[in-house]
Design a protein around this ligand. Structure first.
Ligand code: ATP
Ligand code: MG
Length: 161
């Protein structure tokens, strides 16, 4: 499907916003321009669902969760950032591995299997994108992923329509 990314992203965030606790605040930092992507909407929804669930699950004290996206070349770059417990530097690279969980004891009490981000990586790579994270232990985590823009909607004048 070809989708206007900001509507697609808003719909997913709205669904979480309806059921989130009052300790967590959502902040959307979206550009004005309209960007289109050609994606499997069910699969990309599953990716974003897992990233947002993680942001909530690993932010036990609440804080802000920020949602944004920008354009880099012919890719859309999406970011979801939290103020949660973060991930030790030496482990950040492994969170996209199957069954990998940073702290087994702590993770067990929070449920889940450690597959969410491995599946997310498969799905984003199948779309021709990349996914990665930056994190500071005790400060928070930002997950980034890219998707190819649908350039057919980029007009002659260099304006996104
Ligand atoms: P599942 O998604 O299968 O229910 P999960 O959430 O534990 O289980 P992943 O989503 O793959 O698994 O995440 C892997 C691990 O990366 C988590 O167990 C957690 O340790 C760490 N992690 C992921 N996102 C965050 C985050 N936003 N903040 C801190 N740690 C995170
Ligand atoms: Mg998860």
């Amino acid at each position: 499907d070809i989708v206007l990314f900001h509507s697609f992203f808003n719909r997913i965030i709205d669904r979480f916003e309806m059921s989130k606790s009052d300790k967590v605040m959502f902040e959307r930092l979206f550009p004005e321009a309209s960007y289109y992507v050609e994606i499997d909407t069910d699969k990309v929804t599953q990716v974003i669902d897992n990233i947002i669930s993680n942001a909530i699950k690993y932010s036990p004290d609440g804080g802000n969760i920020r949602f944004g996206f920008t354009v880099q070349g012919n890719m859309l770059k999406v970011m979801i950032s939290d103020d949660g417990m973060g991930i030790p530097k030496e482990n950040v690279g492994r969170i996209f591995d199957r069954f990998y969980r940073v702290d087994r004891a702590r993770a067990r009490s929070m449920g889940g299997t450690g597959l969410g981000l491995a599946i997310a990586r498969e799905m984003i790579e199948a779309h021709g994108g990349k996914i990665w994270a930056e994190s500071e232990e005790g400060q928070g985590t930002t997950v980034f992923f890219t998707l190819p823009l649908d350039l057919d909607d980029f007009d002659e004048a260099g304006e996104w329509e």
